[in-house]
Write a protein that binds this ligand. Structure first.
Ligand code: DQA
Length: 150
């Protein structure tokens, strides 16, 4: 059976490339997706890569992921810091969740230093820009046994 990881991106991440490049870098979400696809292939994983600006859609996708894929990578953008609904959806899944942020949220505004997503995540990668998604894929490939070495 193919092992699939759903990669979910929240609000404003569609603007990557032009959005506050001094914080988020110049990679676009499309280029991050392309790098993830390439990396996933080498790791024996399929990916489903999505972005939405809507909280309810993120919740729906987490519920869908529980039924249809083997793991989740989540960068919930600002909903990371506000969404109990997203936390509840993540707590209801029994698949592994890795939280990713491009920026190091612990060096930023105080309100960004708390993450609801972290309460449901096995681990969190932040501060490495788009590479963080690839690191999360490596961690999951090891965790799910699609590769022996990462
Ligand atoms: C972010 C950090 C959040 O605080 C912010 O609201 C984002 C992006 C990151 O990837 O660094 O939209 O999740």
């Amino acid at each position: 059976m193919a092992t699939t990881v759903m990669v979910l991106n929240g609000p404003n991440l569609n603007l990557l490339g032009t959005r506050e490049p001094e914080i988020y870098g110049t990679d676009t979400l499309e280029s991050i997706e392309a790098a993830c696809r390439k990396r996933a292939q080498g790791l024996g994983l399929n990916i489903e890569f999505r972005q939405t600006n809507n909280e309810g859609e993120l919740v729906d996708w987490v519920q869908e992921a529980s039924r249809s894929v083997q793991a989740l990578i989540v960068n919930a953008g600002a909903y990371t810091h506000t969404s109990v609904a997203l936390l509840d959806a993540l707590l209801a899944t029994d698949i592994p969740v890795v939280e990713v942020h491009l920026s190091n949220i612990h060096q930023r505004d105080e309100f960004r230093q708390h993450s609801y997503v972290s309460k449901a995540a096995e681990g969190m990668i932040c501060g490495f820009g788009g590479i963080g998604y690839e690191l999360a894929l490596e961690a999951l490939a090891k965790r799910l046994g699609t590769i022996l070495e990462a």
